[in-house]
Design a protein around this ligand. Structure first.
Ligand SMILES: *Cc1c(COP(=O)(O)O)cnc(C)c1O
Length: 354
């Protein structure tokens, strides 16, 4: 088969994000059949079931459903810090780039970014840590790890480093939080259970709206006393809802049917990366493509990510400009191996000036 240099723009191959998936017929049926109740009375049976199942999966005492991963991150910051505190995060973290400045507005914290390519070490935490009780310093009270790391191309945080970071934090009375919006991808890619990945951290979040393909929903898990306080924080942020068992049913369905298949998304991302690596005008670190995200930088002096994305759209492939020269493609439930192959061919043709 010859791969076309242009596809059909009326039926684009959408690689903008793993959030663009639509519920499958089976997921819609599960949602329609879900028993629901008022979740603010803790009476939604589907939410209660999802919370219990995820608390167990994540190896934590309790779990709380929230509408979005961003709100989960904001609630966690609110619970684990005080205004004026310092939070150590990875460079290019979601908390710094993609939450609309919420952390400064809501929890009133500042961030110290450490490490490279989404990963940092316990030694870097200790070097960046600002002690409590100092007249000049904002005290470091929280360390936040993002696994997988979105802006670094979906890299998986090495588990030995996560364990060392958790231990260093505990030794200095610093709380630890795992932004696990794509923890499911990390688990499948590394062959490590999500409970093991979450173990070094006090609190962990997961999302159902990314690779799992549910229409929405995220969850926080941790000690019972922390999650009890999260119920009020969620209300303060306006995120307490009512018959959200419909969302929980989608998430439960996804855990049963869409978890193992994340390996397909990872294989499709690898396929795209293999096609593009080494082509002229592009810097793609193949080693970062460990899960479902492919990020590359255009190297020509006149290159412009927005123009590349616009041309790809004309040829029937949807991408996202992640920076002035940086482009992101994400694989997911709604793109097949064939579509990823076609999309990779179209991107390759563009880079080759065809
Ligand atoms: C997507 C994402 C979130 C949360 O996103 P929502 O769109 O609010 O659900 C949080 N952290 C990371 C790393 C993400 O990629």
């Amino acid at each position: 088969m010859t791969v076309p240099i242009s596809g059909d723009p009326s039926i684009p191959i959408d690689l903008r994000s793993d959030t663009v998936t639509r519920p499958t017929a089976a997921m819609r049926a599960a949602m329609a059949a879900a028993p629901v109740g008022d979740d603010q009375f803790a009476e939604d049976p589907s939410i209660n079931l999802l919370q219990e199942r995820c608390a167990e999966l994540l190896g934590k005492e309790a779990a709380l459903w929230l509408p979005t991963g961003t709100m989960a991150n904001q609630v966690a910051l609110k619970l684990l810090t005080r205004p004026g505190d310092d939070v150590i995060v990875s460079r290019q973290s979601h908390a710094v780039w993609h939450e609309a400045g919420a952390s400064a507005a809501n929890a009133g914290v500042q961030f110290t970014e450490v490490g490279e390519r989404g990963v940092f070490t316990a030694a870097e935490v200790l070097a960046a840590r600002k002690p409590r009780g100092h007249p000049l310093f904002a005290p470091t009270t929280l360390v936040e790890v993002e696994n997988t790391h979105n802006r670094s191309g979906g890299v998986v945080v090495p588990q030995a480093e996560a364990i060392a970071i958790g231990a260093a934090a505990r030794a200095h009375d610093i709380a630890s939080y795992l932004d696990g919006s794509r923890l499911w991808n990390a688990a499948i890619a590394s062959g490590t259970a999500v409970g093991e990945l979450a173990a070094p951290f006090d609190v962990v979040s997961v999302a159902f709206s990314k690779g799992l393909g549910a229409p929405g929903g995220a969850l926080l898990a941790g000690r019972r006393d922390i999650i009890s306080r999260a119920v009020r924080a969620r209300r303060m942020f306006g995120g307490a809802m009512r018959q959200v068992g419909f969302f929980a049913a989608a998430a439960l369905h996804a855990l049963d049917h869409h978890l193992e298949r994340l390996a397909d998304d990872h294989a499709n991302a690898a396929l795209i990366a293999d096609r593009l690596t080494g082509l002229p005008g592009i810097d793609l670190d193949r080693a970062t493509v460990q899960t479902n995200i492919v990020i590359f930088t255009l190297t020509a002096p006149e290159a412009d990510a927005a123009a590349f994305v616009a041309e790809a759209r004309r040829r029937g492939v949807l991408l996202v400009a992640f920076g002035a020269r940086t482009v992101r493609a994400v694989t997911h439930l709604d793109v097949s191996q064939t579509e990823c192959d076609i999309a990779a061919g179209i991107m390759a043709a563009m880079l080759l000036g065809m």
